[in-house]
Write a protein that binds this ligand. Structure first.
Ligand code: ADP
Ligand code: ARG
Length: 350
């Protein structure tokens, strides 16, 4: 079967760029160890969504090894260079962050830093079984109930949640949307809404998504631009959840020295961290193409105000670090802090 026929001429995905006939043929018949995933399931999302930027998801930890001939070049290209023998690096110490050159308060509405995490021994969302997902929801919510202080909170399952409550949580930027078509195609939305939900503290500054694109999305957010406070809370949250999962269920995060923390999408490998601001830049963003190019030069990625694949409103953008692997968490937050300062200076100059 010729791979060319899978993609339209307009398709600009990394899968289309890197999936040569030779690589495709070499992966024929290869099944991953954990859930029996293969190259055809992995790239189905790219066939269904010809506007994919990346176009591939992993079904389990072994996908990144068994299907390495297609994942490796995509990882290298997306993250701005990450060789096959590179080692993941980490630094979660908030005291290593340097302040911003510009005063951010008049421009930054809110700041959010999230990481993804998955648990070893379970399929990733595209490959997990209904039983495993349900077991995982119980295991994770039990571990989360043990958190204390500003991290303590309550779990709200999607199953049984009223539409009004769900829509409000989405519109207020706290909860994931439903029916992402890219995830739909890789099977990550099976049995929706079973097994999914959100945990959060009273102030909604510490939140955990369960069983969406990744088994866990750990989020720290608040209004304004206090990067240190938000990063500090996130780091404490990641550690506390890790310790609680170990103590209550003897489980660990899915991790290896090369890929860092394993995620279903190769764009999230490594730190799994996306540090973003909602920032008002009406003048600078008036020329959208130029604004996107300016962000890319600063290693930043703009998104619409309702997250990925949404449109911006009133010159307010979600701007975050683009890369996740090959840099420490501190380096990525610093990229955002420095980039935001530059964007503010440019906005002021206009
Ligand atoms: P992810 O962050 O997991 O990659 P999305 O891009 O879909 O996923 O964003 C998830 C939600 O987080 C969206 O509602 C988005 O508006 C919200 N969000 C992102 N950054 C910020 C921010 N700095 N302040 C407030 N909400 C934010
Ligand atoms: N699969 C989608 C694409 O290729 C999204 C990729 C990155 N975003 C994500 N949420 N993992 O465009």
């Amino acid at each position: 079967m010729s791979v060319d026929q899978y993609f339209t001429p307009e398709n600009q995905s990394l899968v289309k760029t890197y999936l040569t006939q030779e690589i495709y043929d070499s992966l024929k018949g290869v099944k991953t160890k954990d859930v029996g995933y293969d190259v055809d399931i992995a790239i189905q999302t790219c066939k269904d969504n010809q506007d994919s930027g990346v176009g591939i998801y992993a079904g389990d930890e072994d996908s990144y090894f068994a299907l390495a001939p297609i994942f490796d070049p995509i990882i290298d290209a997306y993250h701005g260079g990450y060789s096959k023998d590179a080692k993941h690096k980490s630094d979660m110490d908030p005291s290593h962050l340097k302040g911003s050159e510009e005063k951010v308060d008049d421009f930054v509405i809110s700041t959010r830093i999230r990481v993804g995490r998955n648990i070893r021994g379970y399929g990733l969302s595209p490959g997990i079984s209904r039983e495993q997902r349900s077991e995982l929801e119980k295991l994770l919510t039990n571990a989360l109930t043990k958190l204390t202080g500003d991290l303590s909170g309550k779990y709200f399952p999607l199953l049984g949640m009223s539409e009004t409550d769900r829509i409000k949580l989405v519109e207020d930027h706290f909860l994931f949307k439903k029916g992402d078509r890219f995830l739909e195609s890789c099977g990550a939305n099976r049995d929706w809404p079973e097994g999914r939900g959100i945990f959060h503290n009273d102030k909604k500054t510490f939140l955990v998504w369960i069983n969406e694109e990744d088994q866990l999305r750990i989020i720290s957010m608040q209004s304004g631009g206090d990067f240190v406070e938000i990063f500090d809370r996130l780091g404490r949250g990641i550690k506390a959840i890790e310790a609680s999962i170990k103590a209550t269920a003897d489980k660990v995060y899915m991790f290896n020295d090369h890929h860092g923390f394993i995620h279903s999408c190769p764009t999230n490998l490594g730190t799994g961290m996306r540090a973003s601001v909602h920032i008002k830049l009406p003048k600078l963003s008036a020329d959208k193409d130029k604004f996107y190019k300016t962000c890319a030069d600063l290693k930043l990625q703009p998104r619409g105000v309702h997250g990925e694949h949404s449109e911006s409103k009133g010159g307010i953008y979600d701007v975050s670090n683009k890369h996740r692997i090959g840099y420490t968490e501190v380096e990525l937050v610093q990229t955002l802090i420095d980039g935001v300062s530059k964007l503010i200076a440019l906005e002021k100059a206009l």
